[in-house]
Design a protein around this ligand. Structure first.
Ligand SMILES: NC(=O)c1ccc[n+]([C@@H]2O[C@H](COP(=O)([O-])OP(=O)(O)OC[C@H]3O[C@@H](n4cnc5c(N)ncnc54)[C@H](OP(=O)(O)O)[C@@H]3O)[C@@H](O)[C@H]2O)c1
Length: 311
């Protein structure tokens, strides 16, 4: 099996590469925007902002499985660059889907809680009505629709509040600011489930294994959208408090700053964020036989990676 990993240098892409179990499933060909890999060396060049360039790469690699971890993820900047975000997150995904449909490849693609408007009072079901609040969410929804319309075999895995020990994410921002300041103000009226990239990778591999073991009828049922997030719920304020508690306990920070809860209105951003980002993940757990633990478990594991030796 040949597996093409798009977006190899992102938070999720890097965790896929750190994970030897992906390589155990087949030959992994990594691709990034310019072909340079963060881990060193070179891979394929796959620039999703030039969708028409992608079929040539796909023809050369001829993957059986395409894992698309590449995306335009600058949520605020997308408000000014919606056309670019839509090319990367929407059109390119359609082109990948069309190639996969013609060549019998499976596409594993990632989407987001931002396809919803956040006005729900309960976790969003996979078939709940979408209604993105901003350009990034609209571009990701365009990608979901383009992949569906391509007719390719696909798994769209919606995730949320993604973080890792590496890359740009809330946890790393908090640790940086927490080392510099005695007090931080953090939004307490947005709710979600922080999801670490190792959980996403392990769950994606379980989904791939289930797909490979399934016959045509079962694949028809698995095809489509799934919610791949950690279980439980918190706010950004709750997540920050847990990060600092564990960071102080594990020696990542000498001391925890004071965390002041604020409302979204006190922290205006160019893109409006959904207030309610919880996704119902029970279907994923049942269909792929993979348990999705509470978000605190992932935090413990990431903090363990960051802790100085001896802790
Ligand atoms: N981060 C979150 O909180 C979050 C939440 C919900 C869903 N998701 C989804 O989860 C998936 C993985 O996200 P992530 O957190 O790993 O994102 P990330 O760390 O921002 O990584 C995205 C990767 O995509 C690459 N990329 C951007 N534009 C590209 C282009 N034109 N051509 C090729 N590659 C391009 C980036 O390349 P460079 O390294 O060159 O910039 C980067 O390596 C995405 O589908 C995202 O929408 C993320």
């Amino acid at each position: 099996m040949r597996i093409l990993l798009l977006g190899a240098n992102g938070q999720l892409g890097r965790t896929f590469l750190d994970h030897a179990r992906l390589a155990a499933r087949g030959e992994v060909i990594s691709a990034s925007r310019d072909g340079v890999l963060a881990h060193g060396g070179h891979g394929e060049i796959a620039d999703l902002s030039i969708p028409e360039s992608l079929p040539a790469v796909l023809d050369r690699v001829r993957p059986d499985v395409i894992v698309n971890a590449a995306a335009y993820t600058a949520v605020d900047r997308a408000e000014q660059e919606e056309a670019l975000a839509t090319r990367v997150n929407g059109e390119a995904v359609g082109v990948i889907g069309n190639w996969a449909a013609t060549h019998g490849a499976l596409v594993i693609h990632y989407s987001t809680d931002y396809v919803f408007n956040g006005e729900s009072a309960q976790p969003y079901a996979v078939d709940a009505a979408t209604g993105p609040l901003g350009a990034y969410g609209r571009s990701k929804l365009a990608g979901e629709r383009a992949l569906h319309a391509s007719g390719a075999d696909h798994l769209i895995l919606r995730t949320a509040w993604v973080y890792a020990a590496h890359g740009q994410n809330f946890l790393r921002t908090m640790l940086r600011l927490g080392a510099e300041r005695d007090e931080l103000r953090v939004v307490a009226d947005q709710h979600g489930a922080p999801t670490d990239t190792r959980l996403i990778v392990n769950a994606s591999l379980a989904a791939l294994d289930r797909w490979q073991q399934s016959g045509a009828a079962q694949r028809r049922q698995l095809r489509g959208v799934h919610h791949l997030v950690a279980s439980g719920a918190t706010s950004w304020h709750g997540f920050a408090s847990a990060i600092f508690e564990q960071a102080a306990a594990s020696g990542v920070l000498a001391r925890a700053p004071r965390i002041i809860p604020i409302g979204s209105a006190d922290y205006p951003t160019p893109a409006v964020r959904p207030a309610w980002s919880l996704l119902d993940n029970t279907g994923f757990q049942q269909q792929f036989g993979f348990p999705l633990p509470d978000w605190r478990q992932g935090l413990l594991e990431v903090m363990r990676q960051l802790a100085p030796s001896g802790h």
